[in-house]
Design a protein around this ligand. Structure first.
Ligand code: SAM
Length: 338
């Protein structure tokens, strides 16, 4: 019988999307892609290397093939070009930090999304009323380092796009406000050999930043300045960057940070704000919108915003020009000129 009923496939695929997501996150956690970056492996050899039980190992590996994250040839598993480049822990292009953090923290916290939608409160370590979402996260060195590495992972493609898209040649120095491990600074300074930079972040971030700058051979040109961006003046530099900063905070705090950026910049200086900015019609950038829900889970008042919102706030802070430029994937930057 011919049916005119619409297909339920999209509904079921999205509703059970967490099966695929969790299988993939477990693969990152277990180091499947790091292991296969050493060379293709048969199921049993791979299973033993990873320390997995016999029962579901082959189903697990074949699931990853069906999801497009592994390939299989002549009975042996291998990485795809993407998973080999981005998910081998031994490569500097590794972006699995965010996925590891999602697996360890967000996967469980998002289980309480309905509660958060009802009460408007964060559902992470700060669930019991910590004043700053970062205080609870940074209480333990392992979760501090895990979070900062996760930031490098999530920001790497955007950092590379900013290194290429912004006219850095016009400027001598820059400061990254809330720099985390220094992921963006390393990409920008790596491409532009004349630039020096200041990484500004909370004091516990210092050793993680300095170790990373040294590891990437940039310790001479990148230095760390500890501080609190609500309490201290922002560093002086020709260009200030705020990436994934504004979305952490409520509107009054966003505006306060933009005013402080304006005050810190010289005339002719530039502010770069990047986030997964939501499209102005608020209907296409699903990642940006989900990121905003993630801010509900992670922060007391944070939310993501459109490019038009950001331009309005930048102008209100005093900047004479503001524009939005798409960078890559769901990410855009707003550039304000003082
Ligand atoms: C979401 S992360 C963004 C990291 C990085 N800019 C990126 O895009 O990958 C926010 C950063 O802001 C820093 N931060 C939070 N509160 C801060 C404060 N009051 N003063 C200075 N830095 C702060 C955190 O330590 C963290 O590194």
């Amino acid at each position: 019988m011919h049916s005119t009923a619409p297909s339920p496939d999209g509904i079921m695929r999205l509703g059970l999307g967490f099966w695929g997501s969790k299988a993939f996150l477990s693969a990152v956690e277990l180091g499947v892609f790091t292991e296969l970056a050493k060379g293709p492996a048969a199921a049993d050899a791979l299973r033993q290397k990873l320390g997995l039980h016999k029962r579901s190992a082959v189903d697990f590996f074949d699931t990853l093939v069906a999801l497009g994250m592994l390939d299989k040839r002549d009975g042996r598993y291998l990485n795809t070009p993407e998973t080999d480049f981005y998910l081998d822990r031994a490569k500097p292009s590794y972006i699995g930090g965010l996925l590891e953090m999602s697996n360890r923290r967000l996967y469980g916290f998002w289980g309480r999304l309905t509660e958060a939608l009802r009460n408007g409160k964060p559902q992470n370590e700060a669930r019991d009323g910590a004043a700053s979402p970062f205080a609870a996260l940074y209480a333990e060195p392992a979760s501090l380092e895990g979070f900062l590495k996760a930031m490098t992972g999530v920001s790497l493609p955007t950092a590379r796009a900013i290194a290429a898209a912004f006219p850095w040649k016009k400027y001598k120095n820059f400061a990254d406000v809330g720099c985390a491990q220094g992921g963006l600074m390393v990409e920008v300074a790596g491409v532009h050999g004349d630039l020096s930079g200041i990484g500004f972040d909370l004091p516990p971030v210092k050793p993680v930043f300095e170790a990373y700058a040294k590891q990437r051979g940039l310790a001479q040109r990148l230095r760390f300045q500890p501080g609190n961006f609500f309490e201290d003046a922002l560093p002086k530099a020709d260009v200030l960057v705020m990436g994934h900063i504004l979305h952490d905070w409520d509107l009054a705090q966003k505006e306060q940070l933009l005013r402080k950026a304006y005050e810190a910049l010289p005339a002719g200086g530039c502010l770069i704000v990047y986030d997964a900015m939501i499209d102005d019609a608020r209907r296409a950038n699903a990642f940006g919108l989900l990121m905003s829900l993630n801010m509900l889970i992670e922060t007391p008042g944070g939310f993501d915003y459109t490019g038009a919102d950001c331009i309005g706030w930048i102008r209100k802070a005093g900047f004479r020009e503001a524009r939005v430029q798409h960078l890559q994937g769901p990410y855009s930057m707003a550039v304000g000129l003082k």
